[in-house]
Design a protein around this ligand. Structure first.
Ligand SMILES: *[C@@H]1O[C@H](CO)[C@@H](O)[C@H](O)[C@H]1NC(C)=O
Ligand SMILES: *[C@@H]1O[C@H](CO)[C@@H](O)[C@H](O)[C@H]1NC(C)=O
Ligand SMILES: *[C@@H]1O[C@H](CO)[C@@H](O)[C@H](O)[C@H]1NC(C)=O
Ligand SMILES: *[C@@H]1O[C@H](CO)[C@@H](O)[C@H](O)[C@H]1NC(C)=O
Ligand SMILES: *[C@@H]1O[C@H](CO)[C@@H](O)[C@H](O)[C@H]1NC(C)=O
Ligand SMILES: *[C@@H]1O[C@H](CO)[C@@H](O)[C@H](O)[C@H]1NC(C)=O
Length: 391
């Protein structure tokens, strides 16, 4: 009885959610060709072509005195990628219609991270932004989702990914986002927006890529919300091998058969729980959803973070920046963030000319805010922050 009632309630809520969303946003999915010309690094990373390689790769990455991931050469990347993207705009014009948010997901996800379909009225960041009147663009980074599945060793690195983000941002600002795009599906004809302001929203490695963009071309952004990103003194405590990785193509051939050499994937609910959740805000349905939408990750991303940390900071970013971390973020803070970072130091060293820097610690939340049951409370803090700073 109770079970049936719950199922019925669930269906009702789901139906209400869909109706609500359909009434408030219009979305278009499209494919964007982006040509890049950058120089990447070539590392001494072993080839990963099966599960044994995947485990050894994780061990290599975790050894205390590793020299693994050392730069042994440079590679020029001159190519065109297909970027799969989705633009959503509020159905009705609002006072935020001139502001576009561009969201960049973390490793092992794709753009669906921003539009969680379990109780979307609570979990979907896209819907939360739309409800406040913002337009929002999400896209699959190279090497994941429906975007080009690149060489996992040489291509999927910040130098390339920041260039892609810069071009998408520039296209969006000029109102030409859709002019060169191939429309995949749309609910209605949406003209390319011509935003006056652009806010970048990131998660984890996606936040790192935005940080790289702000250092290099900070004038392309009017504000940033960086989640799962904090210079914790425990940042490098948790080794890669803590989490189980398998070779993606054989782990689930139906889903990941097209991902080739060098793509690894998190194996199980247990490992996803360790990496992304904490029990206080864990809902089994959201954990299982995370398993359903998980993506492989190219090994190069693990070796290449230095491209961002080592890059020159032009200090051209003048907007406000909020850093949002889950209190119990395991990978970022070794499980407990409060007291492990210095807000002033991050402001002075990373965002010298930012209008404001604020850290928000989301209580009882881990590395991924979007699949925690606290999501809507966190989104409110993020969107309130923008409001407080005129965005
Ligand atoms: C790690 O340290 C040991 C002992 O000093 C040394 O023999 C080994 O070569 C080191 N490994 C690396 C990868 O530096
Ligand atoms: C990359 O291109 C630069 C010129 O843009 C050239 O000097 C360099 O030799 C090239 N590197 C490689 C590895 O091809
Ligand atoms: C990009 O997409 C177009 C159209 O779907 C396709 O013809 C082309 O081969 C794709 N290019 C890459 C690099 O995936
Ligand atoms: C989708 O967008 C295209 C290009 O703007 C337009 O021609 C088409 O009518 C749109 N589809 C719908 C269902 O409105
Ligand atoms: C980051 O943390 C490290 C180690 O805790 C510290 O030495 C460094 O100064 C910090 N940098 C910033 C920008 O906060
Ligand atoms: C940054 O903005 C927040 C409001 O979002 C405010 O509470 C805080 O005082 C500001 N920081 C500084 C140094 O002005």
């Amino acid at each position: 009885m109770a079970f049936h009632r719950r199922v019925q309630m669930g269906l009702l809520l789901a139906a209400a959610g869909i109706a609500n969303v359909a009434a408030t946003k219009q979305c278009v999915e499209f494919e964007l060709p982006i040509s890049v010309d950058t120089t990447n690094e070539h590392y001494n990373i072993r080839r990963v072509d099966n599960d044994v390689d995947a485990v050894q790769w994780a061990l290599d990455s975790s050894i205390w005195n590793q020299t693994f991931g050392k730069i042994i050469d440079h590679v020029n990347i001159t190519t065109t990628y297909n970027i799969s993207a989705e633009l959503c705009v509020p159905s009705e014009k609002s006072d935020k219609s001139d502001i576009l948010q561009i969201a960049v997901h973390g490793n092992a996800w794709d753009k669906r991270a921003w539009d969680v379909q379990v109780r979307p009225e609570q979990q979907s960041y896209v819907d939360a932004a739309i409800a406040k009147g913002y337009s929002i663009l999400t896209f699959d980074r190279i090497g994941t989702g429906q975007s080009t599945l690149v060489n996992a060793y040489d291509d999927a690195q910040p130098n390339t990914e920041i260039e892609i983000l810069a071009q998408i941002t520039t296209l969006a600002r000029s109102g030409k986002l859709l002019s060169g795009a191939t429309i995949i599906s749309n609910t209605t004809a949406i003209p390319s927006p011509t935003p006056k302001k652009i806010v970048h929203v990131g998660h984890s490695f996606g936040s790192l890529l935005i940080f790289g963009l702000l250092k290099k071309q900070g004038d392309l952004s009017d504000g940033a919300l960086l989640t799962g990103f904090l210079n914790s003194s425990h940042l490098r405590d948790v080794p890669v091998a803590t989490f189980e990785h398998a070779y993606a193509a054989t782990h689930d051939p139906a889903r990941f058969g097209t991902f080739g050499s060098g793509y690894v994937v998190l194996t199980s609910l247990n490992t996803l729980q360790k990496l992304y959740f904490t029990k206080a805000t864990l809902d089994a349905e959201l954990l299982e959803y995370t398993e359903r939408i998980k993506q492989p990750e190219p090994v190069a991303v693990y070796a290449s973070a230095g491209q961002v940390f080592g890059s020159e900071n032009t200090n051209l970013f003048r907007g406000p920046v909020q850093l949002i971390a889950g209190e119990a973020d395991f990978v970022t803070c070794n499980g407990y963030c409060p007291g492990t970072y210095d807000e002033e130091e991050m402001k002075d060293q990373w965002f010298q000319n930012a209008a404001n820097l604020t850290v928000y610690i989301a209580p009882d939340t881990a590395h991924v805010l979007n699949v925690a049951t606290s999501a809507s409370a966190t989104y409110k803090k993020m969107l309130d922050y923008l409001e407080e700073h005129g965005l």
